[in-house]
Design a protein around this ligand. Structure first.
Ligand SMILES: Cc1cc2nc3c(=O)[nH]c(=O)nc-3n(C[C@H](O)[C@H](O)[C@H](O)COP(=O)(O)OP(=O)(O)OC[C@H]3O[C@@H](n4cnc5c(N)ncnc54)[C@H](O)[C@@H]3O)c2cc1C
Length: 542
């Protein structure tokens, strides 16, 4: 092992959506910050979008499912249910995300009071509201303030993305049904902002070579590096180390270029390795920070179902913008529906390319081969609109990620396994959501509607698990949560978990605005209380 006796102020593990924000805030405050990231940088030309065979690349080397691509920066995740969608490299999963950018609602933080089947958060919506606004300015977003279904908010730094023919068609459908809709915020700038060009609507985003989308490798890391943060790529952390007093002292990592094991020491350790990588690391570090037994448990993906509809009008969905409308009509609990919690509709303006369309990318509906292919293609291509319904799934300790001690990866770390199964309440919600998606399709005048329930031939729910949250949840009670309301481990007082694993409930929307706002709040708390936190052994307060 290579010897390095420096003691840094802060060690951050993971350079994704949250680790990057922590690096920027703490380096700007003058702290000596080192971030260890197991993957490398992505250059604009690396993205699938700029290649003639881009649809093929999106299905293979750029597939967001770690088990469908073969990439040396990934680690094995063995899932018996959901797909495992993430990216391991500078900027983390923002390299492949969709950047749909809606916020939670105040009620998402108070489900314990509402029905008791989920915990209350130790913080409220109001605690993070200012950070939502500031993270939008930091990252660059687009949208329209004034949604009557949401608390007031500051304007997005750029205006909403253009309203396309598909968006107009869906807006008409929601109006006909008398349901709420509003242009959804996106982590995409609609005009030049902060040195990045506005979106050109080239379509099917999931990452962005232009930088119009807020990829943290582009929006945050250059500023963090300029502020003095150090980013060590190809550095896979094998375990976090603690001292005799139970405090974290740093981490042992594998330099994947030299093959050497190295040690980095720090006064404060921030874990930002996502909802799978963080519990994996804690469990592999001798069950660290797990006196509650909750590390890895309560995995949430959201209840997700989808519809693809085809309309006579050419809507040219192969081009366009990632996001269009959101409908929060069903966001709150109404027990007369037969379940607690609510859901949202996310309406995509951009739907598959020709190749993805014919092979059933979104709904499983494929073009016929041979006779009838051209006729089908003429009728369907450019006429498709996609809709997702995303609901708030209930936590279940048996939905979890856990180590398979019988198998290790190439670095000797046990393989992580993932299990997720929707409960009875979730299934009822999904059935209801499918019916409502059909309502939207009919109201939009679709000539064909294909529903996607993400169940395989055996009825196993194989959701594309792009939201991996809940596995190190925050709470007010050390018996049932892993960190307190400031992301501080109940067991290891100088260790903070910053990534999406801390979310106590999933809400009814994509989580990254909330994850990012929380990371900004926690990073500023560490910055403002550094002397105390880096040496504290005092009793923690929720
Ligand atoms: C296909 C897809 C679409 C999505 N679309 C949306 C969307 O539209 N809207 C939305 O809100 N969210 C979306 N998401 C989710 C969003 O990407 C995540 O919520 C967000 O990136 C989580 O941030 P994070 O910091 O927790 O983890 P990540 O961004 O995943 O970063 C974790 C980083 O930690 C590194 N790491 C892990 N383990 C180690 C280790 N042992 N040593 C060193 N480094 C390590 C990883 O390599 C990675 O770079 C999507 C995700 C995917 C995959």
């Amino acid at each position: 092992m290579s010897a390095n006796n420096d003691i840094h102020d802060v060690l951050i593990i993971g350079s994704g959506a949250t680790g990057s924000i922590a690096a920027l805030v703490l380096a700007k405050a003058g702290h000596d910050v080192v971030c260890l990231e197991q993957g490398g940088w992505i250059e604009p030309g690396d993205f699938a979008h700029l290649h003639n065979d881009w649809a093929w690349r999106r299905a293979t080397s750029w597939n967001p499912d770690v088990n469908m691509r073969s990439h040396p920066d990934d680690y094995p995740v063995d899932s018996d249910s959901s797909q495992v969608l993430m990216w391991n490299g500078v900027g983390g999963s923002t390299n492949v995300y969709g950047a749909i950018w809606p916020r939670y609602r105040p009620s998402d933080f108070r489900k314990g009071d509402e029905h008791g089947l989920q915990p209350n958060w130790p913080i409220t919506y109001e605690d993070i509201a200012p950070h939502y606004d500031r993270v939008d300015l930091l990252l660059g977003t687009s949208g329209l303030a004034g949604d009557p279904a949401q608390p007031p908010r500051a304007p997005c730094p750029t205006g909403p993305l253009p309203f396309t023919a598909a968006a107009g068609r869906l807006a008409g459908a929601f109006d006909a049904l008398g349901w709420h809709w509003w242009p959804v915020e996106a982590g995409v700038v609609s005009e030049a902002y902060d040195g990045r060009p506005g979106c050109n609507g080239c379509g099917m985003c999931n990452g962005c070579p232009r930088g119009s989308m807020t990829l943290n490798s582009r929006s945050i890391w250059p500023k963090a590096l300029a502020a003095g943060a150090r980013l060590q790529t190809h550095a896979r952390v094998l375990r976090i180390e603690t001292g005799a007093d139970g405090r974290a002292t740093g981490a042992i990592w594998k330099n994947r270029i030299t093959g050497m094991e190295e040690r980095t020491r720090a006064r404060i350790v921030i874990v930002a390795a996502n909802g799978v990588g963080t519990p994996r690391l804690l469990l592999a570090s001798g069950n660290l920070a797990n006196s509650s037994g909750m590390v890895g448990r309560n995995l949430l993906h959201h209840t997700l179902v989808a519809a693809q509809i085809w309309v006579d009008e050419p809507v040219n969905g192969q081009m366009g913008y990632v996001a269009s409308l959101i409908s929060r009509e069903f966001a709150e609990t109404d027990v007369s529906r037969g379940f607690v919690n609510g859901f949202n509709f996310n309406c995509l303006t951009s739907t598959p390319s020709a190749g993805e369309m014919t092979t059933g990318w979104m709904s499983g509906t494929t073009a016929p081969w041979g006779a009838g292919h051209h006729e089908w293609f003429e009728k369907h291509f450019g006429h498709s609109i996609g809709l997702f319904a995303i609901g708030d799934d209930l936590p279940n300790p048996d939905n979890r990620v856990f180590l398979d001690e019988s198998r290790t990866d190439e670095d000797g770390v046990p393989v992580i396994r993932m299990h997720y199964e929707p409960g009875e309440n979730d299934r009822r919600m999904m059935n209801y959501m499918l019916d409502r998606l059909e309502d939207v399709g009919r109201a939009a005048g679709a000539f064909e509607i294909a529903l996607q329930d993400y169940r395989d031939a055996n009825g196993v729910y194989r959701t594309p698990a792009w939201h991996m949250i809940g596995t190190c949840r925050m709470g007010a009670d050390p018996e049932t949560s892993v960190v307190n309301g400031w992301h501080q481990s109940w067991d290891v007082p100088n260790m903070f978990i910053m990534d999406g694993s801390v979310l106590a409930t999933g809400g009814v929307v994509n989580p990254t605005p909330t994850i990012s706002a929380l990371a900004l709040r926690a990073s500023e708390h560490i910055r403002d209380n550094f002397a105390d936190l880096s040496g504290t052994t005092r009793t923690l307060a929720a």
